[in-house]
Write a protein that binds this ligand. Structure first.
Ligand code: AMP
Length: 503
């Protein structure tokens, strides 16, 4: 079947005069603009030599034009490859060399530094800045505003997203048209998005969350977005009254809760708050409910799989859980070694299968084969359990699992207790080398603003709540925990910093 992501989006479009997106300065892009400008950019790409299956690599600031370029690439049959704006030219060199795009778009300020890289792989180097000015925009302005979409099949690639790769080489996850379309369809239904919705969009668009979960959902629903270049507390507070829904990483919600201006009245009209990309602490979930009357809906996904599970729209949205498998997605909990399913309620590795799961890692067939079971379940690398009502909880990445004296310690269990302690804003539990135990449990905590934390009392608070082997042998207090742009705590940074704790 020919199933083209953009043709599905187009078939679901509302009245073309309806706004799709509004920027902070009030510029509006209607659905008619989406059609015209994605066609112009698609024509520009084809003129630059993009053929079906070619990669279009993009490292640009978050602008409406960057989104239009995504749609244009898909319309031209190309493979969109967004890159984190924080990457240095040296890092970009790795991605571009690996992906061999035929077009590479960067900020004009970086064009000189990246010229050699583009030349090496024969990519046409184009520019687009934070005001959407640059050589690519110039070409699009001159191009025709109609374009005949290149037909694509379900399994043809629409995008490659490189994983953040905290260990080893970053891998390019290949996502097909049907991977993206099926997940967007499912999410629109599950989360009840309609053309009435206005999503507050403050996420980056080089990552699956802001690019696919948020944008594809709203496009498929025919809704609108209030499009911020990044999360800015004041801007978010001032726009919330005009939104019906927001998608965020947990830090968005903790930052909102840190403001007195974030009140029940401000968000009384809101339909939905969704969280994902990193664990939302049960404490934050409860504090949010108490402040606003809204239960945040937490979901779980990853670059390779799109979204896998979600708390229910109707029904209990349980703090500390990521809900049920989404319709069409199979989730099982397996023994990491044998791959056999563990007894109900036990912790194991989360494995998933469904139309959402990616086509493999770009040019890494062995790595791809290692991460799939023989029956095509993808081994996520997240450890979790399913309770007797079917709710799934994540207890940490398998590589973050701590083995102390031969016993498994799941960081999430200890972190949940740390987060309950008065004055603790956030916590991370890591394992570092220990001469007797192999690994020793170390807790790193950050205080709420104005709070003072005492390491000894933190240790004693946990004493009756946890088995001895799970208790932190050492506590560190930092002003804030290191996080990446998606709000994930960088445990590798902490492990490195505290690796000498028991030396
Ligand atoms: P990424 O590929 O950057 O989206 O990262 C995916 C990883 O983020 C997953 O494998 C999980 O470890 C983590 N993650 C995503 N959503 C959640 C969630 N709701 N709770 C806990 N971890 C999450």
């Amino acid at each position: 079947m020919t199933n083209h992501l953009f043709s599905e989006i187009r078939s679901r479009m509302p009245d073309l005069q309806k706004p799709f997106l509004e920027t902070q300065d009030g510029t509006v892009f209607t659905y008619a603009d989406v059609l015209d400008w994605s066609a112009r950019y698609a024509n520009a790409l084809v003129d630059l030599g993009v053929e079906p299956g070619d990669r279009v690599a993009v490292q640009v600031e978050k602008t409406p034009d960057a989104l239009l370029l995504y749609l244009a690439t898909v319309r031209a049959g190309g493979v969109f490859l967004p890159l984190n704006t924080a990457y240095t030219p040296a890092e970009i060199d790795y991605f571009v060399t690996d992906a061999e795009p035929s077009v590479f778009v960067c900020d004009p300020s970086r064009a000189d530094a990246l010229a050699e890289t583009a030349k090496k792989v024969g990519a046409s180097l184009q520019t687009l800045d934070a005001q959407a000015k640059g050589t690519l925009r110039d070409l699009a302005e001159k191009a025709a505003k109609s374009f005949e979409d290149v037909p694509r099949l379900d399994d043809d690639l629409a995008a490659i997203l490189y994983t953040s790769g905290t260990t080893g080489r970053s891998k390019g996850a290949m996502l097909s048209h049907e991977n993206l379309a099926s997940n967007a369809r499912t999410l629109v239904d599950y989360w009840r998005f309609t053309s009435e919705d206005v999503l507050l969009h403050a996420l980056p668009i080089f990552h699956t969350h802001g690019l696919f979960v948020a944008t594809n959902c709203l496009l498929m629903a025919g809704g609108s977005m209030l499009f911020l270049p990044k999360f800015d507390l004041d801007a978010v507070l001032s726009l919330l009254p005009r939104a019906t829904a927001m998608m965020g990483v947990p830090t968005f919600y903790t930052r909102l809760l840190g403001s007195d201006a974030f009140t029940r009245e401000l968000v009384a009209h809101m339909r939905l708050f969704i969280s994902g990309s990193a664990p939302l602490s049960a404490e934050t979930h409860k504090e949010f409910s108490a402040r606003t009357g809204h239960a945040i809906l937490e979901r779980y996904g990853m670059t390779e799989t799109n979204m896998n599970t979600s708390n229910p729209y109707d029904g209990d949205r349980r703090p500390g859980t990521v809900g049920y498998p989404l319709p069409g997605v199979s989730v099982r909990i397996a023994d990491p070694e044998t791959g056999r399913e563990v007894p109900q309620g036990d912790v194991g590795i989360i494995e998933v299968k469904g139309p959402n799961v990616f086509r493999g890692y770009w040019r890494m067939p062995e790595k791809t084969a290692e991460e799939f079971r023989a029956d095509f379940y993808f081994i996520t690398g997240d450890m979790g359990r399913i309770d007797n009502e079917g709710y799934i909880s994540i207890v940490g990445r398998s590589k973050d699992l701590i083995i102390s004296g031969g016993f498994n310690v799941y960081p999430a269990e200890v972190e949940a207790l740390l987060d309950e302690i008065d004055g603790v804003a956030e916590s991370a539990v890591i394992g570092v080398p220990h001469p007797d135990f192999g690994e020793g449990v170390v807790a790193v905590v950050a205080p709420k603003s104005g709070a003072k934390l005492d390491k000894d009392s933190i240790v004693s608070e946990l004493a009756d709540k946890l088995a001895k082997f799970k208790q932190p042998k050492k506590v560190h207090v930092l002003d804030a925990l290191p996080r990446n742009t998606m709000g994930k705590i960088q445990k590798n940074v902490l492990r490195d910093e505290f690796k000498g704790d028991f030396a």
